[in-house]
Design a protein around this ligand. Sequence first.
Ligand SMILES: Nc1ncnc2c1ncn2[C@@H]1O[C@H](COP(=O)(O)OP(=O)(O)OP(=O)(O)O)[C@@H](O)[C@H]1O
Ligand SMILES: [Mg+2]
Length: 262
Amino acid sequence: MSALLQISSLTVRFGGLAAVDDVSFDVEQGGVHGLIGPNGAGKTTCFNLISGLVPRTSGQVLLAGENIEDLTSWQRARRGLARTFQNIRLFPDMSVLEVVMTGMHLRMKAGLPAILARLGAFRSDERAAVTRAMEILDFVGLAQEARRRCGDLPYGDQRRLEIGRALASDPKLLLLDEPAAGMNPSETRDLEALLGRMKQRGLTMLLVEHDMHFVMRLCDQITVLNFGRKIAEGTPTQVRNNPKVVEAYLGAKVAHSLEAGA
Ligand SMILES: Nc1ncnc2c1ncn2[C@@H]1O[C@H](COP(=O)(O)OP(=O)(O)OP(=O)(O)O)[C@@H](O)[C@H]1O
Ligand SMILES: [Mg+2]
């Protein structure tokens, strides 16, 4: 296996606070890599640095061997980086199908306004785009909802729709920021099955999540942050047995229940 994403000495300071402080780790091609740690540890900030929403203070980000740390977020997306956000970011009045099509515009010759303006009177490439969008909706389990207003979907479906939109750009690497947050147990199980299918198809993922059972079942490797710094990394078993991680984040009780559930 080789690294698809390589983070080296990545740092960002907001005034006096180093929100991400000299962090390095590699995400292997085809793997699911977890990024965990307490609230405020710097996980979302790390995603913002990787995706280009926040400029780094120092350090490097390589995607498929290419330095991307000075590219715009748009240029990074074109190179195969996609993400979902900690809080849902959908325009509630769009249809479910339109949302997925907005994720495809990177790959289409016609721009997004043209695509949306002509829904209903498709040219052949647009027809192909609709077919592709429907395949993606089928894959995430929302094909039946294609014509619905996305704001009317239940919460768990909205989160899966955001994943569908990200998949529509045909990414090499998908960053998922707390995809299970706020989900009920059955929505969480559906999500886990979906991420499992994405992994089977060979998609590389970097996953931030507080549901430790979910993380431990899905991830091949985990990096642990605390106060912006990397405090541990390794396999799920190594991480949950690491006293530093138990002390800073998991707590003895959770570590024990993870061992019992493993
Ligand atoms: N744009 C910003 N300006 C100033 N401080 C920021 C900014 N973005 C994040 N921070 C600070 O950086 C630290 C890390 O925040 P971040 O959102 O990355 O944490 P997190 O690990 O994602 O936490 P959570 O699990 O609660 O989502 C926090 O102290 C936060 O207040
Ligand atoms: Mg966060």
